[in-house]
Write a protein that binds this ligand. Structure first.
Ligand SMILES: Cc1cc2nc3c(=O)[nH]c(=O)nc-3n(C[C@H](O)[C@H](O)[C@H](O)COP(=O)(O)O)c2cc1C
Length: 383
């Protein structure tokens, strides 16, 4: 059995999997259940003051996004916790602790930073919390909080600095993917004293329109989560990991142990999950961990340190890749079933149907690789 222990922001987690701040951590009981299922860390719904802008729609706020009936993403209109901070500090955090997971608490960066500082003091006074996650990244609020802070390096710096002044335990910052360049924002958080950054919150989005009525499925902009956002997260994660020396917790689209491995190979220390739990229940947690453990054993890895960041040195630029020798599609006639999909998706007219198999005219092939990706029998290779 491999050692799944990790250290993130100076705190030990028994494994890298963390319940991200969202509905499954709605209350102490939910967090406790995740802990008892074996998760390494738990984070509650973002705690903030109860004010008008914290009320969320209770008339439908989650929309699955499907392709051919199969969900690949979800849009939500959920803001922050609707429990009082007294509920959390007097009761729910203690219940959560019974699950045995490392406790990271999400705190909303508020327009008046002294309020954020006071909230941090109240939370850490419970003595139950191991580290904090400052939320500057919720994609929904109309103004003043969430990504309205996190899209600016300067505001992120100011809020992190003030929160850090109140924090006696490690303070991490959850960043927004809704920016052109996350590197400068992660750098600002680091300079303000953040012990780590979470990459990242949900993607601001719109759920769709009912074409029978012309009415939007959800009538406000929401946060996009689940498998669809993984490539966006991987871009931000790897850019920050290559440019800023700061511990990273990755989050977005984990559905299997493979995404956990990919995120760690791109430099993450912990990996958070929300949608996988919302779609499969807390029982997905032991499955993810068991599969990760089995994979580590099969590969002969003893610790996650052996794979952390190993993908990063291979990342280069499109311009540099264009200088490498060209490759051409090659079809294995024995495996080809002559289905014709490759021909349909080849816009260089390099593929022709033969009597029993398709074949490639190499001089026309531009080496894009799309045919190989679509081939249902794996008969095409770029060589
Ligand atoms: C219904 C819902 C509620 C969420 N609430 C919060 C929240 O209160 N605070 C926060 O920082 N992120 C919140 N998130 C974002 C998640 O923590 C996570 O960053 C995002 O869902 C991407 O991970 P996933 O693809 O594994 O779901 C929420 C996500 C969902 C789906």
């Amino acid at each position: 059995m491999a050692n799944l222990k990790v250290n993130y922001a100076g705190i030990e987690f028994k494994n890298p999997l963390v319940l991200s701040s969202a509905t499954p951590g709605w209350d102490g009981e939910g967090m406790k259940r995740a802990g008892l299922a074996g998760i390494g860390g738990v984070i509650p719904k973002t705690i903030g003051p109860l004010q008008d802008w914290a009320a969320h729609p209770c008339n439908g706020r989650l929309q699955l996004i499907r392709q051919n009936g199969k969900p690949f993403g979800m849009v939500n209109l959920e803001l922050f916790t609707t429990k009082t901070r007294e509920d959390w500090t007097n009761k729910d955090l203690a219940i959560a602790k019974e699950g045995g997971a490392t406790m990271q608490v999400s705190v909303l960066a508020m327009p008046q930073p002294e309020e954020t500082a006071q909230l941090i003091e109240e939370i850490q006074a419970t003595g139950l919390v191991d580290l904090l996650e400052l939320n500057v990244s919720c994609p929904m609020p109309a103004s003043t909080v969430g990504m309205h802070i996190g899209k600016s390096a300067e505001l992120t710096y100011q809020q992190t600095k003030l929160a850090k002044g109140a924090a006696k335990i490690p303070l991490t910052v959850k960043l927004t993917p809704n920016v052109a360049d996350m590197v400068e924002i992660a750098q600002a958080a680091k300079e303000a004293g953040a012990a780590g950054v979470t990459i990242s919150n949900s993607v601001r989005s719109f759920a769709g329109v009912d074409i029978e009525t012309g009415i939007p499925l959800l009538r406000a902009y929401g946060g996009y989560t689940g498998p669809a956002i993984k490539p966006i997260v991987m871009r931000h994660l790897s850019e920050v990991a290559r440019n800023v020396d700061i511990p990273i917790s990755a989050v977005g689209g984990v559905m299997s142990f493979k995404e956990i491995v990919e995120y760690i190979m791109l430099g993450a220390s912990t990996v958070q999950t929300c949608t996988a739990v919302m779609w499969n229940g807390y029982e997905v947690i032991p499955k993810l961990l068991k599969d990760l453990d089995n994979w580590m054993d099969a590969k002969g890895y003893k610790s996650l340190e052996e794979i952390r960041g190993i993908a990063l040195p291979h990342i280069t630029t499109v311009e540099d890749l264009a200088k490498l020798p060209a490759k051409y599609a090659s079809i294995d006639a024995d495996k080809c079933t002559n289905c014709g999909i490759c021909k349909k998706v080849c816009f260089y007219r390099a593929i022709t149907a033969g009597d029993t198999a398709h074949y490639v005219t190499q001089s026309n092939c531009d080496g894009c690789g799309l045919c190989a990706q679509w081939c249902p029998t794996g008969s095409i290779e770029l060589r």
